[in-house]
Design a protein around this ligand. Structure first.
Ligand SMILES: Cc1ncc(COP(=O)(O)O)c(C=O)c1O
Length: 396
């Protein structure tokens, strides 16, 4: 048989999705599953976005421009202006989800063997995108004991080598829910300028900042035009994960011109979904107020229920809709699989994401899981109770 690429062999499985076959089997066996493994919210997509697709009068479902429809990009730039982010439509390339924006960013600024520094734990697919681009992830460790705060800036500087091309942050963070302060962004800005690196910020959870904290974007920071690349998406903002629309934003014209070549190679972002995403920009603030209130309540319930379980440690998220929980188990991969295969409470079980895949350092996070609090409060209480009962009987 012809051989598979080294890159293909190295490509990690997503910890969020790798247990799906076990979940499917559990469902076939009649179990009910609370899905806490994936950031797929149960929140309704704004009606205005769905109506726009239903009412669209299309004869030919054509390609759009590679950089996305101009009208849509103009409206995105107006949305950013409301968030104090001053970018024009030609600083934006519309992509097939934030995922493609990350791939375009990596492809545009890094070569094989280049290095990217990422605070760990991080969104698991950064490992996948790095492997696909032949790039090495150099982690900066943040710890559950410190609520996953950014390590001191000197820790970043120690890791910079001649191969370092960028620092990547996720703000607010998946999986930690960490929200970077303005001061932290300023410190990162100073490092990237000093060492001539790019600063990529994945801001797909911008709206989801809690407890009166406001999100500070790298695009608000002055003097970063040449260095800053922002990743964005409609997936979580409007609960439109299936639209597959995101964007890459930068004031650096060369980055945009380069990313556009990648965009041209894949022709166009989805046309129908751009219609939905453009309409979604009209979503009233009241929608977000309600959604954020709901997520704060969900967060509070999940955290307080987890804290009641013996031996469980959890950091309180300040944004997004995830948390990392440390469990009294040796290997959360085995535990998560066992939950699906061998455990239930009255026919119900829970699916979680083992957290090892959210680290690039081998062996770290093996006793942790990531929980996405994307279900109704009653379901979250039941799901955490199932975890509690499971931990009483589970043997490593
Ligand atoms: C931090 C982060 N970035 C990017 C993505 C990619 O999302 P999408 O491709 O749906 O825009 C996700 C999805 O969960 C995410 O959590």
């Amino acid at each position: 048989m012809p051989t598979i690429s080294k890159k293909g062999l190295l490509m990690p499985q997503s910890p969020i999705r790798k247990l799906v076959p076990f979940a499917e089997q559990a469902v076939k066996n009649g179990k009910y599953i609370y899905y806490l493994n994936i950031g797929q919210p149960d929140i309704k997509t704004p009606e205005i976005a769905l109506q726009a697709v239903k009412n669209s009068n299309i004869d030919v479902l054509a390609y759009s421009r590679s950089e996305g429809s101009e009208v849509y990009r103009q409206k995105i730039s107006a949305y950013y202006k409301k968030h104090d982010i001053n970018v024009n439509h030609d600083d934006i390339i519309v992509t097939t989800g934030g995922s493609e924006a990350l791939l375009f960013a990596f492809g545009s600024i890094m070569d094989v063997d280049d290095e990217i520094i990422i605070p760990e734990p991080f969104y698991a697919n950064y490992n996948g995108f790095s492997t696909a681009s032949g790039v090495k992830v150099v982690p900066v460790i943040s710890k559950i004991e410190d609520n996953f705060a950014l390590p001191p800036i000197e820790e970043f500087e120690k890791l910079i080598t001649s191969k370092t091309k960028a620092i990547l942050i996720c703000n607010p963070g998946n999986p930690t829910g960490y929200l970077y302060s303005k001061e932290e962004i300023k410190k990162l800005a100073a490092i990237v300028k000093k060492h001539d690196l790019f600063l990529i910020a994945d801001e797909v959870y911008r709206e989801f900042a809690y407890d009166g904290n406001t999100h500070y974007s790298i695009m608000q920071e002055t003097g970063l035009d040449d260095y800053a690349i922002m990743i964005d998406s409609v997936s979580k903002r409007y609960s439109m994960c299936g639209a597959r629309i995101g964007c890459l934003v930068s004031k650096n014209k060369v980055v945009i011109q380069t990313a556009l070549k990648f965009a041209q190679a894949r022709l166009s972002p989805p046309t129908l979904a751009q219609i939905a995403s453009e309409a979604a920009l009209e979503t009233p603030q009241s929608y977000f107020d309600d959604v954020i209130e709901e997520y704060v309540e969900r967060r509070n319930i999940v955290i307080s229920e987890l804290q009641k379980i013996d031996g469980v440690k959890v950091a309180k998220p300040k944004g997004a809709f995830y948390c990392i929980a440390e469990l009294p188990v040796k290997n959360s991969d085995d535990f998560a699989q066992w939950l699906l295969e061998d455990f239930d409470v009255n026919g119900e079980t829970v699916m979680v994401a083992p957290a090892g895949g959210f680290y690039s350092t081998p062996g770290v996070g093996l006793n942790q899981i990531r929980i996405a609090y994307v279900l109704k409060k009653e379901s979250l209480v039941k799901a955490v109770n199932i975890l509690k009962e499971a931990l009483k009987v589970y043997k490593d």
